[in-house]
Design a protein around this ligand. Structure first.
Ligand code: SF4
Ligand code: SF4
Length: 370
């Protein structure tokens, strides 16, 4: 494992995200498959990962508790914990923080984040007192480093950065967003202020793990033994401001492969980057819905449509064809169906990727009728 210096400590360049752990369905609903998930954590610890990221909301509140249990047998000084406060999930920041410490079985959080900064939440985080409270907890040593994760616009980001001296920022960063959203600008702002960057969504929620046949062709010719995920990770290694790349690993194959990618310093050359950007353009022409599966849109859909599940079907439909989609639409696990969509647009307002969900739902409903 390669490590990078962050202030006075060394962080593993690959971090373990705990948002997409393996799951199991029981009579009481869907839960973390603790047996499988613990194997992943043990493998991560055995192979040098020392950064573990979770949040109050992940896995419907189960992720923090699971992580507390899974790491309890290890020396508390052998890993760093990162968790987050989300004002929409529960605005009572004092109660949330105490609950998190209990769930994580610890007396301090190493990396504490204001979660998912957006244009609509930024002022609330400041005005309702959470930022000053967490700064106070930092002074008491119950938080070591204070930062925030962001999906905000550039002006909001700049305003929040000016509010106080942040220790780090977590941002969505991958080559697709570098080309097609404001990621590059965001990164350059942080670089200029010398704020360390923790990367989330390095392969866009798995979306860049498989490109289209056409897009993969040249990449496979250049490096037949590299997976698409490793291209994505090796591209990020070019960026010096990045300290940790988080990956929400759901099975053993993923963690084994990712650890091998982060066991060396090999990053893309300029020529390889050009090849990757070309492949990305070809890919984008075929896949137009950049859903990361974050689920920020789900709770507020009035007809309870499992939006990311249907967007994933839509993406597969665009690459694998109509028959895949028709079968997948029949099996989709969702209360509301695409034909139930009332085109209210609430989901798009909440979506960090600004996806026009109602149009996709209408296309899928039409496909179902055929
Ligand atoms: S536009 Fe459709 S999918 Fe989106 S929140 Fe409204 S009903 Fe749900
Ligand atoms: S549609 Fe947007 S908000 Fe909903 S899961 Fe996908 S990326 Fe997240």
């Amino acid at each position: 494992m390669i490590y990078k210096k962050f202030k006075e400590i060394m962080l593993s360049t690959l971090g373990m995200g705990n948002m997409r752990l393996p799951i199991i369905k029981t009579e009481t609903g869907t839960h973390i498959d603790k047996l499988k998930a613990k194997q992943i954590i043990d493998y991560a610890m055995a192979n040098g990962i020392n950064y573990y990221d979770t949040a109050y909301m992940y896995h419907n509140g189960e992720s923090e508790e699971f992580l507390g249990e899974a790491l309890a047998k290890y020396d508390r000084n052998s890993y760093f914990l990162a968790t987050k406060f989300n004002i929409n999930a529960n605005p009572d920041y004092k109660a949330v923080f105490e609950e998190q410490l209990t769930k994580l079985k610890t007396d301090h959080v190493d990396f504490y984040l204001i979660h998912a900064l957006s244009d609509s939440t930024m002022q609330r985080y400041i005005d309702e007192g959470s930022v000053s409270y967490f700064l106070g907890q930092k002074e008491k040593g119950r938080i070591k480093y204070l930062g925030f994760s962001t999906h905000a616009s550039i002006p909001t980001l700049e305003k929040f950065l000016n509010h106080t001296q942040w220790d780090f920022t977590q941002m969505q960063l991958n080559y697709f967003d570098w080309l097609y959203s404001h990621t590059k600008q965001e990164y350059e702002i942080l670089e200029k202020r010398n704020i360390p960057v923790i990367v989330m969504e390095p392969i866009r929620g798995g979306r860049l793990a498989v490109l289209s046949q056409k897009a993969e062709l040249e990449l496979n010719k250049a490096h037949p033994d590299w997976s698409m995920a490793s291209w994505a990770f090796r591209w990020i290694k070019r960026l010096s401001q990045v300290k940790v790349v988080l990956s929400g690993m759901s099975d053993m194959n993923q963690i084994i492969e990712n650890i091998s990618t982060f066991n060396d310093n090999l990053s893309l050359s300029d020529e390889e980057e050009s090849l990757l950007f070309k492949a990305c353009k070809a890919f984008k022409n075929e896949v137009t819905v950049p859903c990361t599966g974050c689920r920020y849109c789900c709770d507020d859909c009035p007809v309870k449509i499992n939006i990311p599940a249907y967007l994933s079907i839509y993406n597969k439909y665009r690459t694998d064809g109509r028959w895949y989609a028709i079968n997948a639409l029949k099996k989709a696990d969702s209360i509301g169906k695409p034909e139930d969509c009332i085109a209210c647009g609430v989901c798009t307002d909440l979506c960090p990727q600004d996806i026009d969900v109602k149009t996709v739902m209408s296309e899928l409903a039409e496909l179902q009728r055929q």
